[in-house]
Unconditional design. Sequence first.
Length: 107
Amino acid sequence: MVGACIRQAYHRGTPVIAMFRLTDEGEFRHMGEPFARAVEDIEGADSLWLLAATIYLEVIEDTAEGEERRLAFEKLRDELRALDGDEGAHAIADDIDKYLLVTAEAD
């Protein structure tokens, strides 16, 4: 179905990064809300989105939900923004700003 909230079409040979969560029953389920970037095409192993997702997962694994996680993402954003001339780092910092805005509205 075209236009579905959960991506269902993929181009053969295009690498993707997909996010799943493990349920209490031991099943993997699609992670993310409709229109979330839970399944994204990537250019390859050097993809900026793959780097961002890897960094985000490290923060999530190392922090508790709530204020601790927000503070960790704020610190990461500031560190990335301080890297002069690194457009990729600044793009990830901008993405973290969006995450912080959305999660602040959810609180």
